[in-house]
Design a protein around this ligand. Structure first.
Ligand SMILES: Cc1ncc(COP(=O)(O)O)c(C=O)c1O
Length: 395
């Protein structure tokens, strides 16, 4: 839509430049920061709103960078469609808000990321949504809970739980949900590429892209992928509640995801080696890593995963004081309450991700004050071990 050359500098400055003419296309995706799109007329706007034409009108409803990232993630997970949200919690919240209503019930796997538990058990309870807990490594507990819950609307679990790294029996849990006719959402944040939950019968797969897929500690973003019609419903809810993601973070995540397979392979290898060393260290009371033979879900993890067991380890040094001394004793590895960065970080679930949860429940699950959660990055394994070995002396 070329416009006439204006006479005044004010007009010249105010108007957006015309798109450059080109017979070629950029090889890397451009960032498209526009918050609104120019539309030729009312027939075209009708066609856009009614889905008869492809395109964008308002960035909260969709933009090219989100569309590109959603498409990439849907293909990676083997899903029909995807939606990008402003954070992992945004994606989980939009999905739960779409699938529940007053009087409904969510079946929640025990030991989820603290904020997901808070969302369902505390925030949704205010709107009349109830929940029931089940053990994700024992699908019969879900079957029993579903049999007693005619009001069930959704089942939620994590492939590898945060922070205890328990593995969900995805096939068994998906079969129980399917037999009851209830959709299953799996939070796959800790296990990208290790397995494909959709192929195992999951309805929706959610990711915090802030973590391993973004991979560089510089984005806050989330995604949910699944059947096209359900994603369209979640998209409408996310747009109305203002939960969708911005172009720059989408662009960074597309860039970060380029190296995801290399990072998954490398961090899984380093994590297995560190977990083996931590397990035999005299200052460490428990080490949890699905790749260790001692892990309660090792056989399940071996059956489900290919290419490694992931970048996350949890270990217990005995108490809050010992955990604090270890954190302060680390010379190079930062205490930074996130995960999935290219550099190794440690966190303390009791005082960060699981802060404010019922202490009795945390104790029963094993989220103890001495628990350290370790997110393994790309550094040399010996450099990492040297830092842990010297810091463990303080613990
Ligand atoms: C397993 C898991 N799911 C979801 C989230 C939420 O992601 P975000 O921080 O991007 O909202 C987190 C954050 O730590 C997480 O660990």
């Amino acid at each position: 839509m070329p416009h006439d050359e204006p006479a005044s500098d004010a007009t010249r400055c105010a108007r957006a430049p015309e798109p450059p003419r080109s017979i070629s296309e950029p090889l890397a995706p451009p960032i498209q920061l526009a918050s609104v799109y120019r539309i030729a007329g009312l027939d075209e706007v009708d066609a856009l709103f009614e889905g008869r034409a492809e395109g964008f009108f308002y960035a909260r409803d969709g933009h090219p960078n989100a569309a590109q990232l959603a498409d990439k993630l849907a293909k990676l997970e083997g899903a029909e469609a995807g939606l990008i949200c402003a954070s992992g919690m945004g994606a989980i919240a939009a999905s739960v808000l779409t699938l529940t209503e007053q009087g409904g019930r969510v079946l929640v796997s025990e030991g989820l990321y603290g904020k997901t538990t808070t969302l369902i058990a505390r925030e949704l309870a205010r709107f009349g949504v109830s929940h029931t807990l089940f053990d994700p490594s024992r699908p019969e507990t879900l079957r029993r809970a579903l049999a007693e819950a005619p009001d069930a609307r959704l089942v939620v679990a994590e492939t590898i739980s945060n922070p205890l790294l328990r593995v969900c029996d995805l096939e068994g849990v998906a079969a129980a949900a399917r037999d009851a006719g209830v959709p299953l959402m799996i939070d796959h944040t800790f296990a990208p590429l290790l397995c494909k939950p959709i192929a195992l019968g999951t309805t929706l797969v959610a990711h915090s892209l802030t973590k391993l897929i973004g991979g560089h500690g510089d984005v806050t973003l989330g995604a949910v992928v699944g059947p096209r019609d359900l994603i369209a419903r979640i998209h409408a809810v996310a747009s109305t509640f203002g939960q969708t993601g911005n172009p720059f973070d989408c662009w960074l995540t597309i860039r970060g995801a380029v190296t995801l397979p290399l990072r998954v392979e490398r961090t899984s290898r380093t994590a297995l080696e560190l977990a083996r060393r931590l397990e035999t260290h005299p200052k460490v009371e428990r080490t949890m890593y699905p790749g260790l033979v001692s892990h309660p879900d090792h056989a399940l993890a071996k059956r489900l995963f290919s290419g490694g067991f992931g970048a996350m380890i949890a270990f217990d040094v005995g108490g809050r004081e010992q955990a604090d001394r270890l954190i302060r004793g680390l010379r190079a590895i930062p205490f930074a309450p996130s995960l999935g960065d290219a550099q190794t970080t440690v966190s303390h679930p009791c005082s960060t991700s699981h802060r404010g949860q019922d202490p009795a429940v945390l104790e029963r699950l094993g989220v103890t004050p001495g628990l350290i959660r370790l997110s393994v990055g790309l550094e040399d394994v010996e450099d990492l071990w040297n830092d842990f070995a010297q810091a463990l002396e303080f613990a």
